[in-house]
Design a protein around this ligand. Sequence first.
Ligand SMILES: Cc1cc2nc3c(=O)[nH]c(=O)nc-3n(C[C@H](O)[C@H](O)[C@H](O)COP(=O)(O)OP(=O)(O)OC[C@H]3O[C@@H](n4cnc5c(N)ncnc54)[C@H](O)[C@@H]3O)c2cc1C
Length: 405
Amino acid sequence: MDLYSGLPYWIAKNPLYNYFNPLKTDISTDVAIIGTGVTGALVMHELCTAGIKCVMVDKRSITTGSSIASTALLQYEIDTPLCEMMKIIGEDSAVKAYQSCLQSITDIENVFKNIDFNPDFERVPSVYYASNKKGQKLIEKEYEIRCKHKLPVSILNKEQLQEKYGIKASGCLENDASAQIDAYKAATHLIDFHMRNNNLEVFTHTEILGWDEHQKEYQLITTAGKKIRCKYAVIAAGFEAGRFLPQQVMNLTSTYAIISEPIDEKYIWYGKSLIWETKEPYLYIRTDGRNRIIVGGEDEGFKDPAKRDLLLKKKVSILEIKIKKLFPTIPFKTDMAWCGTFSSTKDGLPYIGNWPGGRRMFYALGYGGNGITFSMIAAQIIKNKLTGIKDEREKIFAFSRTEEE
Ligand SMILES: Cc1cc2nc3c(=O)[nH]c(=O)nc-3n(C[C@H](O)[C@H](O)[C@H](O)COP(=O)(O)OP(=O)(O)OC[C@H]3O[C@@H](n4cnc5c(N)ncnc54)[C@H](O)[C@@H]3O)c2cc1C
């Protein structure tokens, strides 16, 4: 599957991690992680830090799946508003899911502080504005429930929103608990760090086709017929994880993003805030350290990469019109544009943990607009499971939650 096309900004911004190491012999390890995206990297970091021996395998170059196309906003707010999610999974679980995402942003920050590296992680506020009357009602309801559970939130009316951010809408929710990152820089550095410091082995251009299950181990089989014997396997294969799943759990869709040329700092709104809206599919906006503006959205409900790519030009124009409507004085000039495969689940939550019955294969599937915060949660849950630590988040993100509907 073509996970993205066009020119994702991160490819132009970062030196590509030049590493080519296909698996040429049979090997054995404690844990094999399939996928070197941001999810696989965070899982690997947690496991290596806990002293667990693992190897990573990827059919592509390191971190050149969805993570290199990600706009990488880090928010505790999930695509499904808390007031809606409560109706699907219950108030207690929905609140815990939100609290977990909130904590996850700090945990991501700490992962990199602990190895003394900054993958352009930046704390920024977030603004969730009402796109229309229905959206205004939603944010009022959402404000109440988030206040009840002491989640960081404030509400601005039309005048306050216009005054503080220059956005014309009836109101917004605001919080100061969000962040942004460079997911490619983050994942490649983590992998490089553990290759240098913990003898981590990474096999690129090595595709896992299937596996045999034995009593106490798996044998993962590559397209070249090589075998990886492991006690545990972690599926961090992103939107291509379908092959490892007995049944479909996510809807694959298409999404679009553009980035401006750098602009004068005077045009950037208050706090370089992340901005998104209540309408679906939503428009979202962030900046980067060089005063470029990233605008994304315009999702389409199909996954066919050829069909997705045909729409890129049209979607660029629509995103440009939308950003100009929101900020008419900003001299936005598109520099790069890209599109990618995206995915959502019915309740907006990721799937983390074992498929019921399969005790030694772990899935770390961070689907939805919070993919990266979910990746951090997945990494911790899997580490805790392997080290015998009880994790109360397990059941919220488990596959079994949908069985209980
Ligand atoms: C345009 C766009 C914008 C986004 N914006 C945001 C955002 O603002 N905030 C956010 O949190 N998330 C966002 N996301 C989602 C986020 O980027 C993803 O959730 C995240 O990058 C997924 O990381 P991953 O490591 O799970 O998957 P990937 O980065 O795709 O890594 C999976 C890896 O597994 C490998 N693989 C797959 N199958 C096999 C196999 N059989 N054998 C060997 N290797 C295999 C692939 O080659 C790939 O490298 C966005 C995504 C896109 C596309």
